[in-house]
Design a protein around this ligand. Structure first.
Ligand code: 0A1
Ligand code: ZN
Length: 879
């Protein structure tokens, strides 16, 4: 039995709004359970809308306080009606009018963390996608753009800081009381999802930024008292982001102030509200003692991402939620480019592609697959996905590769110029690039409408007599839910041909596009003529197309590329591909009577990488990291046995250790330098290498291995080395592991953000006792089901970070997740629904585990009143 389906919203049924709201005057009285919001909206009929349509405002979980007023006069009760999700005025005035209404809210009771809620006492808001309707009745859709003036009033002691969007206008005391107020005005018309308000007792870090035209902008980062000294890196990242957007895209900041508030209870990473970004504190707070290099780079990326939204998202927003990738794919592309410029471009590319494959390719291959621009949804919250974000960014990157950097920049300039102040669509966006480049991009748009990862098969041949090298390409897009047949896509394949000794050859190919092949048919053939010798082909360089590439490269070509390719990404890729093949063979061998494959070539390749002393340590760390368990599961595709995958990886690590122990140790020791911790790319690369080497050095998982990891744990003077050691140690069953875990817990007791790492590490231990450990940890004083970060670390860490235990053949791992999803759903549907992502590949499991996964999904489906969020995902998972 499948749960009942709420009706779907469809792109094809988009209609312009029947009414528009030009301006809103809000008066928000923050007063605990007696909080009140007064909203005066300047409304008018939209001449493009239906002439006789009633006014229907959206609402969710709202209580009206007092009568509605139109132009200052109370509206008789018979002239409007209030239902669970709407307020309807059947016959509003014909001309422009002002609607005034007051809602009564209890922010502390808002456990969904959507709308106005409290996080550690601070009043804060989250409105994307449909949270504003939980604050007041409104036309809560992104194509209704209004200016806002917001007056906030609160007790001065409880909330000395009062913030909203735009610029501060006035502030003062309310005479004869302990209360005060602040007025904010945002001159830029914006959709309601960008509204924000904060009231609380927070510490402030201040700075300023002079824009390219010489305006001074005041910057503020607000955090819990006592944590200001952990906000410095975020501030630095903000200033670098502001400068970068000026230099790379000509985009200048537009208000007098830019504020960021960090809160500890937040459903997602952060939110780009105009002039007032609200952040999950995980993406603001960092010190060498509490944060890892990965945390620092996460902060840098998310700060940049939210800041870049000011132009791609806020100044130009989305017409409807189907266009979500218009702002998200583009903004992820921009933040990835920023990180590449701040750090190492090839290392950033490798880690972005690793992430894309691990999450988005998985999503694209399972029941949750959907196009970058979906065409229908039941719950929009479930479309903040890797497909919309990460594949959306890849589509932008492919567009740039296809039309060239210059046309791309021209297209962006045209987009900003033409659509500033509007709510736009993908068609309008793409039209700017067609015009700028003079290219027809109709077929390219399939990247937005066809789900599934294209597979490209490449076959090469060599005609010695004529000196002709031939590449035959064949593309196919697999069927996905609702899309059985697909059309050929436009696939930009960057390539280079190498001659002897690794010299790049400059020969025109028969399609004549420089070092780029644009595959647009199902089959295609490219010839290079007049070559003296068979060249070596490096294809899809830098992962120019987001595809699964299958090549017939002979072993000799691979070795050649591993050594000579001047594209670091492809040097990494050839080694990954070869290692993946060996590991998959091992998995099959472990599940049958076939012999184990020969891993001598892997050992040789790793030895060569280790011997290459001039290599960037960050790149070496990537080269020495085996494909993940999830990568292998995806490549295997069906009848997946996570235990066999785990054992195959461990076995290869043990072979590498047996063959290369001295080299590994020497290299490991060289990564330990006594310099003080600096969270820069160079240091981060060295530390990443250190932990990768530690993992290999301890592959025997014996007591001696535990000692090696423990030694790094106790001597670490920064969180990266400490967590790196603890992560390795936690995979080894030993007394030392428990000692180290206890020491970590007492050192960071009370600091949830740091303990999240501790929760996640324990949740990922590949041992039968882990489920019980996780259940025990749920009782830990620093764990709380109401905090999304804790839930994601412990429960999410188990479901998504522990393939062998989550998929236990006895089904207890699945059942544990199911029970928690049902329980959490009553409190916070978004967080509950996100946990279900762990089921994105359940059908690929071997039959015993698959049956248990299905049982758990059915149990959720049958558990009674589910939120739209969980309902939607469970029913899609079971379809
Ligand atoms: N626009 C934000 C993501 C975001 C979406 C929904 C949220 O609701 C809980 C919060 C944040 C971004 O891309 O960063
Ligand atoms: Zn975003």
């Amino acid at each position: 039995m499948r749960p009942e389906q709420p009706s779907a919203v469809k792109l094809s049924e988009y209609r312009v709004p029947d009414f528009l709201i030009d301006h809103v005057e809000m008066d928000v009285v923050l007063d605990g359970p007696a909080t009140r919001v007064s909203a005066r909206m300047s409304l008018r009929r939209n001449l493009q809308g239906r002439p006789d349509a009633p006014l229907i405002l959206d609402g969710d979980d709202l209580r009206l306080s007092g009568p509605l007023e139109i132009d200052g006069r109370a509206l008789p009760l018979s002239d409007y009606s209030v239902a669970a999700q709407s307020l309807v005025i059947p016959a509003p005035p014909e001309g422009p009018f002002e609607l005034h209404l007051v809602t009564a809210l209890d922010p502390a009771a808002n456990t969904k963390l959507m709308g106005l809620y409290r996080s550690s006492g601070t009043y804060c808001t989250q409105c994307e996608a449909e949270g504003f309707r939980r604050i007041t009745y409104f036309l809560d859709r992104p194509d209704v753009l209004a200016t806002y003036r917001v007056r906030i009033e609160a007790d001065r002691a409880e909330a000395p800081i009062l913030l909203s969007n735009g610029n501060p206008e006035s502030a003062g005391s309310i005479e004869g009381t302990d209360r005060h107020f602040a007025v904010w005005h945002d001159p830029f018309p914006k959709p309601s999802y960008l509204f924000a308000l904060v009231g609380g007792d927070l510490a402030q870090l201040k700075d300023s930024f002079r824009t390219m035209s010489g305006r001074d902008v005041e910057l503020g980062i607000y955090v819990e008292h006592g944590k200001q000294d952990r906000a410095g890196y975020a501030m630095d990242a903000l200033k670098r982001s502001m400068r970068w957007d000026e230099e790379k895209f000509g985009r200048e900041y537009d208000l007098d102030v830019f504020n960021i508030v960090a809160v500890s209870d937040f459903n997602m990473g952060a939110m780009e509200n105009k002039g007032l970004n609200v952040f999950n504190d995980k993406y603001v707070l960092a010190s060498s003692d509490t944060a890892t290099d990965a945390d620092y780079s996460g902060i840098e990326a998310v700060i940049a991402h939210e800041y870049f939204h000011n132009w791609t998202g806020n100044r130009i927003t989305c017409r409807d939620w189907f266009q979500l990738c218009l702002k998200e794919g583009l903004t992820v592309f921009r933040d990835q480019e920023f990180t590449a410029d701040m750090r190492s471009r090839p290392v950033e590319r490798i880690s972005d592609v690793r992430g894309l494959r691990a999450v988005q390719f998985m999503e694209d291959a399972g029941p949750f697959a959907h196009p970058v621009r979906p065409e229908s949804y039941r719950e929009i919250n479930n479309f903040y996905t890797a497909t919309v974000y990460e594949k959306g960014a890849e589509v932008i990157r492919m567009l740039k590769t296809l039309i060239g950097a210059e046309s791309f920049r021209k297209g962006m300039d045209l987009y900003f110029e033409r659509h500033d102040g509007q709510a736009a669509t993908i068609e309008q966006f793409i039209a700017c690039f067609s015009e700028a480049s003079g290219r027809n991009l109709d077929q390219f748009r399939l990247w937005y409408s066809q789900a599934g990862t294209p597979t490209v098969r490449a076959k090469t041949s060599w005609d010695e007599a004529g000196g002709t090298f031939t590449l035959e390409l064949e593309q196919a897009v697999p069927p996905t839910p609702g899309q059985d047949t697909k059309k050929p896509m436009v696939i930009p394949l960057a390539y280079r041909l190498f001659g002897e000794n690794g010299t790049p050859l400059s020969v025109e190919n028969s399609s004549g596009d420089g070092e780029l092949i644009v595959l647009s048919d199902a089959h295609s053939r490219i010839d290079w003529k007049g070559l003296p010798k068979r060249p070596v082909l490096s294809l899809n360089r830098g992962f120019s197309a987001a595809i699964n590439l299958q090549t017939d490269l002979p072993e000799a070509d691979r070795l050649f590329l591993a050594r000579h390719d001047d594209d670091a990404f492809n040097r990494w890729q050839v080694l990954q591909t070869a290692t993946t093949e060996v590991l998959i063979k091992s998995v099959h061998a472990l599940r049958s009577t076939e012999p184990m494959p020969d891993d001598a070539p892997q050992i040789e390749a790793f030895a060569a990488a280790l011997a290459h002393t001039a290599l960037d340590p960050a790149l070496l760390a990537q080269l020495l990291t085996l494909p993940s368990e999830a990568d292998l599961a995806r490549e295997i595709g069906r009848d997946v046995d996570p235990d066999a995958i785990y054992n195959a990886r461990l076995r290869l690590k043990q072979s590498l250790l047996a063959a290369l122990e001295d080299d590994l140790r020497a290299r490991y020791e060289a990564t330990s330098v006594p310099a003080p911790y600096v969270p820069d790319a160079a240091g981060a690369g060295r530390r990443a290498l250190r932990t990768v080497l530690l993992d290999l050095l301890t592959a025997r998982r014996d007591e001696r291995s535990a000692h090696i990891a423990y030694a790094q744990f106790v001597s670490a003077d920064n969180q990266t080395d400490r967590i790196g050691a603890l992560a390795v140690l936690s995979q080894i069953e030993s007394r030392l592991r428990e000692d180290a875990l206890d020491a970590f817990a007492s050192r960071f007791a009370g600091d949830g953000l740091v303990l999240d790492k501790w929760f996640a590490l324990q949740a990922s231990i590949p041992e039968a006792g882990t489920l019980e450990r996780v259940q025990r940890l749920m009782q830990h004083p620093d764990f709380s089901l109401s905090n999304p970060n804790r839930v994601r670390s412990l429960i999410g860490g188990f479901a998504s970070g522990n393939p062998t235990q989550f998929t236990r053949p006895d089904g207890q791992g699945f059942a544990f997740l199911a029970d928690n999803v049902v329980q959490l759903d009553r409190m916070n549907p978004q967080v509950a629904a996100r946990l279900l992502g762990a089921f994105r590949t359940w059908r690929a499991l071997e039959p015993v585990r698959r049956a248990e996964a299905e049982k758990a999904l059915r149990k959720i489906a049958e558990s009674g009143s589910l939120s739209a969020d969980v309902n939607d995902l469970v029913s899609r998972a079971l379809t």
